[in-house]
Design a protein around this ligand. Sequence first.
Ligand SMILES: *[C@@H]1O[C@H](CO)[C@@H](O)[C@H](O)[C@H]1NC(C)=O
Ligand SMILES: *[C@@H]1O[C@H](CO)[C@@H](O)[C@H](O)[C@H]1NC(C)=O
Ligand SMILES: *[C@@H]1O[C@H](CO)[C@@H](O)[C@H](O)[C@H]1NC(C)=O
Ligand SMILES: *[C@@H]1O[C@H](CO)[C@@H](O)[C@H](O)[C@H]1NC(C)=O
Ligand SMILES: *[C@@H]1O[C@H](CO)[C@@H](O)[C@H](O)[C@H]1NC(C)=O
Length: 297
Amino acid sequence: MGNILTVLALLFGIFQLSTELVITRQSVVGMKGSKVTLDCKYHSSDRWYLMQWKRQLTDKTDVTITTLVNHGKTSSPTPIWEEGIEDNFRTRARTSVFVDVNNVDFTLFINDFSCNDTGTYICLVTAANSFRNTTNLTITAKPERPTVLDDEVILEENDTYTLECTAMAGIPEADLRWYYKIPGTMDFVRIDEEYKQETIEVDECNQRAIQKIDVSIKQYLDGITYRCKVESDLLDEQEKESFYDDVVLKLPKKIIHQPEYKVPTERQTDYTNKSSSIQRYMTLLLTLMMFCICIYL
Ligand SMILES: *[C@@H]1O[C@H](CO)[C@@H](O)[C@H](O)[C@H]1NC(C)=O
Ligand SMILES: *[C@@H]1O[C@H](CO)[C@@H](O)[C@H](O)[C@H]1NC(C)=O
Ligand SMILES: *[C@@H]1O[C@H](CO)[C@@H](O)[C@H](O)[C@H]1NC(C)=O
Ligand SMILES: *[C@@H]1O[C@H](CO)[C@@H](O)[C@H](O)[C@H]1NC(C)=O
Ligand SMILES: *[C@@H]1O[C@H](CO)[C@@H](O)[C@H](O)[C@H]1NC(C)=O
């Protein structure tokens, strides 16, 4: 009988140990500017416990963000914000607490999620023992619509020109790709050979990508369209279809004789010819008159 009790006690102990768990999601990917949720679930029937959300700094030290204490009396404990956390973070952070007989859910929300908020977050529980679990918080951001610097380029046959396409590239950096469409054909063709994409860091959360391509033109390519597209899995179907910009390459216009321009020129010529012939008649008449006068004299 005594042995059975010991075994039961041992089993109960093991059971208790295995149920006292701090569950966090191992990694959370938040969209830039959106609201992210870090949840921490403590499985226990403890009446006294302390739960904290902490943030790991780059030097591996921790800073406490918010603390939840249950002294065993209240069934709805209220989290307390730690003093000294950045105002910028504090104004965007919220918490929620849900308690039932065997669980405490302590959730931290971050609004307007930014690159500054990424890193490792720790949920620490102090009760009879101390338990912790972590969440790696990372960020993604959608790329924006690209812009080609020119709308139309007039190019002499066989001359080369460098087209430039630029876009806010998002996180992770999206690809900018060039396509072309020959006049009279239906489809755009993807170009594989191009320069290596350049990246300019605008600030710690924004990067601008630049993709260039060298183009030239031949008679049969007059009016060819080059298209720059931004390609990213973060875009929805409609954005994938519409996030592009086009440029048209043309040969210089040939000078063609326009009949409507000939008409006024001929009229003018007629007029000058007429006036010059009048002038000639006048001169002839004058000469004749002079001649007559001379004869008469
Ligand atoms: C941490 O949370 C994960 C669930 O995401 C769980 O599988 C793991 O056992 C937890 N670790 C600890 C030490 O509680
Ligand atoms: C979190 O990120 C750090 C550094 O990037 C890495 O060392 C660690 O293994 C990650 N942890 C998890 C749970 O993914
Ligand atoms: C990010 O942190 C830097 C300095 O640590 C600060 O200058 C910047 O304003 C912060 N940006 C945001 C969006 O919080
Ligand atoms: C352009 O190059 C092609 C051969 O590649 C040549 O036949 C053509 O005459 C050239 N045109 C001019 C204007 O140089
Ligand atoms: C009119 O004058 C132009 C030069 O101004 C000349 O080339 C043309 O032959 C003339 N036409 C007539 C009908 O005289």
